[in-house]
Design a protein around this ligand. Structure first.
Ligand code: FAD
Length: 169
């Protein structure tokens, strides 16, 4: 995924691009014992820096095939790996979008908002869907466990002036 976030320079152009692609944790596992954030600085050795540089160039080569004009327009690159996400977000193995779902057997990776521990509920991207909208929906699903689905949906409808929603189950 490549996107060009708006900067403070006005609407005419952008001056940066963010590029995201897949990286299995296994690729950075040899540095798993290290930790580094701005708040808690640590060190990762030069092998890691060389690895990131190599990967960044690999990704850039792929992007330049599609957007050749980028090839001599790069002034600097900043890279992140699953270790970065792990250290900042606290997610195991640096996953961006939560646990890996099993598409062929979805129930095997289904997490219920209600747990077997009384009064312990779960919410967030592993419950339903990832992303900002996904976790908003997850919070509704979890709240429904607490106050009841019909009550919650009717209250949302009332507050938002929404149309009719059929509540099943
Ligand atoms: C780089 C990146 C870009 C993204 N871009 C988008 C986007 O453009 N649009 C979009 O919809 N989604 C995007 N996402 C996905 C989206 O951010 C997530 O799906 C969403 O934030 C997940 O919400 P959550 O509440 O489940 O978990 P999080 O937002 O990860 O919240 C979990 C919180 O728990 C804390 N925590 C973890 N472990 C502990 C612990 N042991 N004790 C105490 N606290 C702990 C973490 O610090 C964190 O604050 C992006 C994710 C990443 C990583």
């Amino acid at each position: 995924m490549l996107f060009t976030p708006r900067t403070g320079q006005g609407d005419a152009h952008v001056d940066s691009a963010s590029i995201m692609t897949f990286m299995p944790f296994a690729e950075v596992e040899q540095w798993a014992g290290s930790h580094n954030t701005t708040a808690e600085p640590g060190t990762r050795n030069t092998d890691y820096e060389a690895f990131k540089q190599r990967k960044a160039e690999e990704v850039l080569r792929a992007v330049v095939r599609r957007f050749p004009q980028l090839s001599d327009a790069v002034r600097g690159m900043w890279t992140t790996t699953p270790l970065t996400f792990r250290d900042y977000i606290g997610c195991p193995e640096g996953t961006t979008y939560g646990i890996q779902k099993e598409a062929t057997a979805p129930m095997r990776t289904y997490l219920s908002p209600r747990t077997k521990v009384p009064n312990l509920f779960l919410t967030g991207q592993n419950i339903n869907l990832h992303g900002i909208l996904g976790v908003t929906v997850s919070s509704v699903v979890t709240c429904a466990e607490l106050v009841g689905k019909r009550y919650l949906v009717e209250k949302i409808q009332r507050e938002t002036g929404g149309g009719e929603v059929v509540v099943k189950g």
